[in-house]
Write a protein that binds this ligand. Structure first.
Ligand code: SF4
Length: 348
C-alpha cells in the first residue's frame, strides 16, 4: 500500500496516527492555537479544521503559521475554499464527493493539490452520498464504494495518487463492512472511524466496537474517534483503543480491580489521582501499576505488574514485582509511589 505523508506524519506505515477535529470556528485563532498545542501534548498527530468560508481560510493560514502539527482542511460544497486552503499552506485536504460538485471543479482542486504536492482524503459518508447514486437499488455500502470509485477515477486520470480514503457511517456494522470491502478493492490508506457516534459513553462504545475488528485484521491506517465531547476525549479514547488492540504501547499502564464488598477506600479516586500524577512522566521502561482494593487478594492479582498498591482502610501495602516493599499511609500513596518508581526506573 502506498504511504501518504501529511507534513511529517506518515499514513500507511506501522504507526497509526490519531486525529481529531477542532470544534470551534478557526476564526478564533488564539483558542484554536492553544487547543492544538494542548492536543498535541496529549498525543494527537493530525488536526482537521473546518473551512466553511473565506474568513476561515484566512484564519487557517495564521493557525498554520503558529503551530507545528499537520493540519487538514475540511471542505464541503465549495471547491474554491479547497484551493484557498491549499494556498494558505494546509498539509492535506478532505473533500466529500457527495457535495464538492462537478468533475471540472474537482479537476481544479487536483491541479492545485499537485502544484503544492499535498495529499487529499476522499471522505465518503453514508449519510451524504451523491444524488445520482440514489434510487438505483444499491445498498448504502455499495453506494459508498461506487462514490469512492468515481471520485478516485478523477484523481487517477489526472495522474494523482496521493490519496487517503475514508468510509464512515453512524452504523457500526455498516462501517465494518464497507471498510473491509474498501480494503480489498482500493489500495490507498484508510482513515477509519464511526461518524455521528454520539456522546462520550455511546460514542466510545460504538467506536470501540467498530474500530476494533478492523484494526485487529490490519485495516485502518489512521483513526478519528468522533464524539459529542471535547477534542481531548476523542484523543484519549483513540489512544486507549489503539493500546487495547496492541497498536500502541502505553508508557505507563494503570490497571485496577473492580472493587467489591472488601474494599474500604475509594479506589476510583486513587486511580484518577495516580493517573494525574504520572501523566507525562517518562521512565526507562514501560511500566504497569496495579491499584487493588484489598490486601487479601490484591497482591496476588497484581503480581504481573511492576508496582502494586493493595489498599486498606488507613494504610496500604506497596509492592514491587509482586514482593512487599513497605506499608504506607493512604495520604502518602501518590508521593511514595512516584519516589519508588523513580528509584527503580530512572528517568531517561
Ligand atoms: S482486589 Fe480485593 S477489593 Fe478488589 S475486587 Fe478483588 S477482592 Fe475485591
Amino acid at each position: 500500500m502506498k504511504e501518504v505523508k501529511v507534513k511529517d506524519v506518515i499514513i500507511g506505515g506501522e504507526y497509526i496516527p490519531i486525529q481529531t477535529m477542532i470544534k470551534n470556528p478557526v476564526t478564533d485563532i488564539d483558542l484554536t492555537v492553544s487547543k492544538i498545542n494542548r492536543l498535541q501534548k496529549l498525543g494527537c498527530d493530525i488536526i482537521r479544521i473546518s473551512v466553511p468560508d473565506q474568513a476561515s481560510a484566512v484564519a487557517l493560514k495564521e493557525v498554520i503559521r503558529q503551530t507545528s502539527i499537520p493540519i487538514v482542511a475540511d471542505i464541503h460544497f465549495d471547491y474554491r475554499l479547497a484551493i484557498q486552503a491549499i494556498e494558505a499552506g494546509v498539509h492535506k485536504v478532505r473533500i466529500n464527493p457527495g457535495n464538492i460538485g462537478s468533475a471540472d471543479r474537482v479537476k481544479k482542486v487536483i491541479a492545485c493539490l499537485k502544484e503544492y504536492q499535498i495529499p487529499v482524503r476522499i471522505g465518503i459518508n453514508g449519510g451524504s452520498l451523491p444524488d445520482h447514486l440514489m434510487n438505483k437499488g444499491l445498498s448504502t455500502v455499495e453506494m459508498m464504494l461506487k462514490a469512492a470509485e468515481e471520485e478516485i477515477n478523477y484523481f487517477e486520470e489526472a495522474d494523482y495518487h496521493n490519496i487517503v480514503l475514508s468510509f464512515k457511517s453512524s452504523h457500526v456494522l455498516e462501517t465494518i463492512e464497507v471498510n473491509r470491502k474498501a480494503d480489498q478493492k482500493f489500495h490507498y490508506p484508510l482513515h477509519i472511524g464511526i461518524t455521528e457516534a454520539g456522546d462520550l459513553l455511546d460514542g466510545t462504545i460504538k467506536n470501540c466496537c467498530g474500530l476494533t475488528p478492523l484494526l485487529l485484521s490490519g485495516i485502518g491506517n489512521t483513526i478519528r474517534v468522533s464524539l459529542t465531547a471535547p477534542e481531548e476525549e476523542e484523543i484519549k479514547v483513540g489512544q486507549r483503543i489503539l493500546e487495547a488492540v496492541g497498536k500502541r504501547v502505553p508508557e505507563i499502564e494503570v490497571v485496577s480491580c473492580p472493587t467489591c464488598g472488601r474494599t474500604e477506600v475509594n479506589i476510583s479516586d486513587i486511580v484518577q489521582q495516580i493517573k494525574m500524577k504520572i501523566q507525562g512522566k517518562k521512565f526507562n521502561k514501560q511500566l504497569k501499576i496495579a491499584v487493588m482494593g484489598c490486601v487479601v487478594n490484591g497482591p496476588g492479582e497484581a503480581k504481573d505488574c511492576d508496582f502494586g498498591i493493595a489498599c486498606g482502610k488507613n494504610k496500604s501495602m506497596l509492592f514491587y514485582q509482586g514482593k512487599k516493599l513497605k506499608m504506607i499511609k493512604n495520604e502518602a500513596i501518590l508521593d511514595e509511589l512516584l519516589i519508588i518508581m523513580e528509584k527503580f526506573y530512572e528517568k531517561d
